[in-house]
Design a protein around this ligand. Structure first.
Ligand code: UDP
Length: 405
């Protein structure tokens, strides 16, 4: 098949750890290469956000990334991208007029808007993966949510209009059914990870003897890094390594970095928290292996790649009992669940694990098994391919699903 993935803000070629570059970038990159390994020709369309980017890059055998001009060729926060989706969609329509895709799979709601516009004159199956839902974000972030006001309405239209919605966890399917997704059009394919890159064996980025707790991910408030910092006050002797956020040279003036530093000073743990800044994805595994426990306690989490990476490296977890974590982590088996925003519960779980090396080792081994059984990209690419075949049988013309959002 000729498979076209749309990922308007999250390029598979972008460095990770910035405010808008995380799990979706990894997901799209790995899905594309996994599908290409199955023999498909895959094209990823992402917005051209720098004048240096060439129109098209051969990213891997069978995978081409096309940089679509839509709005100025400069970084734009994803919440400001909606006005450029008309141009994005029109460019896709021209492109697809020349070379017709067999299947289009949109990633994130705005890609769905562009994809529907691009497909308006074509009869091609359309799949949608949301990665995050506006209604969940609004629920947790309230007035701090900077999403465009139309987001929830458009997501509901996209959920009802797609041939199949590929959710990443059961909690997301529940949310989608509440906004009108017919159950027969829902599929679950979790996010996966590169099992060659993330494995227990390999280099270890370690210095010092203190028990090490690792937090890795984008530095945005909802990731709950401040909860981990406050918990550290109740975990004597341990160090907390906080990886992610801007590269070190861009730290001055970053409000989230300032907030977390103030939290560390306020909790009296500034000398035990080490901020590394953005870590290249290729070196993340060595950092995971250096940790005794990985902590991931966001307020909500559409999926969460970090717990998979930790398990794959054989490191036990403490995670918040939210979203995708509920499917990916086995409570008591590969990690411990705590409520979000509860630093005392987190500290208690961390003390339990740090005081019990045998339990940590058992959990680490169970994590490796779980990830290898369920979350390798070859397996997930094959599952996605089967969903594409299902979408072809369930396909109905776009006009019959309410036209363009
Ligand atoms: N990541 C990284 N370097 C960093 C911070 C994060 O490579 O400095 C990677 C991390 O290893 C994971 C991804 O970014 O693969 C974060 O994905 P997740 O699904 O956990 O969170 P998201 O950013 O999508 O909300």
């Amino acid at each position: 098949m000729r498979i076209e993935l749309i990922s308007e803000h999250a390029s598979p070629l972008a460095p990770l750890g910035g405010a808008d570059a995380g799990g979706q970038n990894v997901h799209v990159a790995e899905l594309a290469t996994g599908l290409a390994r199955l023999g498909h020709e895959v094209v990823v369309h992402t917005r051209r956000d720098s004048p240096e980017l060439p129109p098209s890059v051969r990213a891997a055998p069978g995978v081409t990334v096309e940089h679509v001009p839509a709005g100025p060729a400069e970084p734009i926060p994803k919440d400001d991208l909606l006005p450029h989706m008309t141009e994005f969609g029109d460019r896709l329509a021209v492109r697809w007029g020349l070379e017709r895709p067999d299947v289009v799979h949109a990633h994130f709601w705005m890609s769905g808007v562009a994809a529907r516009r691009g497909l308006r004159d074509l009869d091609v199956p359309l799949l949608q993966t949301f990665h995050a839902l506006g209604r969940v974000k609004r629920r947790h972030q309230g007035v701090k949510d900077t999403s465009p006001p139309q987001r929830e309405r458009i997501e509901s239209e996209l959920a009802c209009g797609a041939d199949v919605v590929v959710a990443t966890c059961s909690d997301e399917v529940r949310e989608l059914e509440e906004i009108g997704l017919p159950p027969q059009r829902a599929a679950i394919v979790p996010c996966g990870i590169d099992l060659d890159k993330f494995a227990p064996e390999g280099p270890v980025a370690r210095c010092g003897d203190a028990p090490r707790i690792l937090s890795i991910g984008r530095l945005v408030e909802r990731k709950g890094v401040d909860t981990a910092i406050r918990a550290l006050a109740e975990v004597p002797g341990a160090e907390l390594v906080v990886a992610g956020g801007p590269a070190h040279r861009d730290w001055d003036g970053d409000p989230e970095v300032a907030r977390l530093r103030a939290a560390a000073a306020g909790a009296g743990v500034a000398d035990r928290v080490r901020f590394t800044g953005q870590v290249p994805h290729d070196t993340a595994a060595a950092l995971y292996r250096s940790a005794d426990v990985v902590v991931s306690v966001p307020w909500y989490e559409p999926f969460g790649t970090v717990p998979l990476e930790a398990m794959a490296c054989g490191v036990p977890l403490v995670v918040s009992a939210v979203g995708g974590h509920l499917d990916s982590v086995a409570d008591g088996g590969t990690g411990l669940f705590v409520p979000p925003k509860d630093s005392s519960a987190l500290a208690c779980a961390l003390r339990d694990l740090l005081s019990d090396p045998r339990r940590r080792a058992e959990m680490g081994r169970a994590g490796v098994r779980r990830v290898r059984e369920r979350f390798g990209w070859d397996r997930l690419a094959a599952q996605t391919e089967a969903v594409y075949q299902r979408a072809r049988t369930l396909h109905r013309p776009l006009a019959s699903t309410g036209g363009k959002p």
